[in-house]
Design a protein around this ligand. Structure first.
Ligand code: GLP
Length: 244
């Protein structure tokens, strides 16, 4: 789906999320959302906050799982995804804090694999993800599933690509400060979501979007695995769609 600009696109995606939440509410059920960080979803979260404040959209029945977090990472650090989510969404809505899940960048290295296993278990326990929001990195990563990530990969610790660390350098005031590892949901975790929406804005994403949509399915570009999903939509502004 191609929109004139990211504002219009985010309003459409927010509408879909809101109707999912409301339908679940009328049935007395929870809505399980997979959430992303980065500059791409900030306007989407802004729109959801607006709908909460102005239209009474409630998040009491919403359970969230974030895709990823740098490792190691202190939740109070400027670059932490915990901080990001609080700032852009969670601090402004009525979600129960116990319903929020974000990979923990503070756990001891020896406990990481157990943590990842538990993360998968918690997603399964609530019935799986109803809707996963994604951005895309220039390496074709979704979450932090860098090139080489298999289609059936699960939540785990990964090594960040050089290009990803270059792209994150300004957030960390220099590439040397960007962590070398991260914890991310796997490609398989993402593909199990019943609905997937990947969003991308601007000409900087046009090339990787062309590869994602039109390229061969390959673990060299993990986002191409979305081609195999029965209910995935790629939402773009005009600039990001320029090479299609
Ligand atoms: C990071 C995140 C991804 C995100 C990507 C793109 O790598 N872990 O989930 O999709 O950045 O970021 P941006 O939206 O700022 O372009």
């Amino acid at each position: 789906e191609i929109y004139k600009d990211s504002g219009e696109a985010c309003r459409a995606v927010a509408q879909e999320i809101a109707s999912l939440i409301r339908i679940k509410q009328t049935k007395g059920e929870i809505a399980v959302l997979g959430l992303a960080t980065g500059s791409t979803p900030t306007r989407l979260y802004g729109e959801l906050v607006r709908m909460h404040k102005e239209e009474g959209l409630s998040f009491r029945n919403v359970v969230t799982f974030n895709l990823d977090e740098y490792y190691p990472m202190n939740p109070d650090a400027l670059q932490s995804y915990v901080r990001f989510m609080n700032e852009y969404l969670f601090d402004h809505i009525d979600i129960d804090k116990h319903n929020i899940h974000i990979p923990d960048g503070t756990i001891d290295i020896k406990d990481v694999s157990r943590f990842c296993f538990e993360y998968e278990r918690k997603i399964a326990e609530v019935g799986g993800l109803d809707l996963q929001i994604l951005g895309i990195g220039r390496t074709g990563h979704i979450g932090f599933n860098e090139p080489g990530s298999p289609k059936d990969s699960v939540t785990r610790m990964i090594t960040l690509d050089h290009l990803t660390r270059v792209d994150a350098a300004s957030d960390f005031f220099g590439e040397e400060n960007v962590p070398r590892t991260a914890i991310t949901m796997g490609v398989g975790t993402i593909l199990k979501s019943r609905r997937i929406i990947l969003m991308a804005w601007g000409e900087g994403k046009a090339k990787i979007i062309k590869t994602t949509v039109e390229g061969q399915i390959t673990d060299s570009v993990p986002a191409t695995f979305l081609q195999t999903h029965h209910n995935a939509t790629i939402v773009l502004d005009e600039a990001a769609s320029a090479e299609l």
